[in-house]
Design a protein around this ligand. Structure first.
Ligand SMILES: [Zn+2]
Length: 84
């Protein structure tokens, strides 16, 4: 029986998705969010992400989104036998 590394298990369990525009199927999707300046770390901390404000750059308008199945490049390489 072939052993399974922790990284293999993670790749199988997380089931990644692509978020795409319901109208054109593109994934150049943006959402509004609030960020707060963190003086100690000298960067913006991302706070709330608003899930009702989806904007598709391809359609150039606000749209609805959907999640579709996405396989990582790593999994595709494994299917082709290019990575153990
Ligand atoms: Zn679109």
């Amino acid at each position: 029986m072939q052993s399974m590394r922790l990284s293999d298990t993670f790749e199988i369990m997380k089931e990644p998705v692509r978020v795409v525009c319901e109208e054109c199927g593109g994934d150049d999707i943006h959402r509004d969010a609030h960020a707060r300046w963190d003086t100690g770390n000298q960067c913006w901390d991302l706070g709330t992400v608003y899930d009702d404000t989806n904007f598709c750059l391809d359609c150039a308008k606000h749209i609805h989104v959907k999640e579709v199945e996405f396989k990582t490049i790593t999994l595709k390489l494994k299917e082709k036998g290019l990575r153990s």
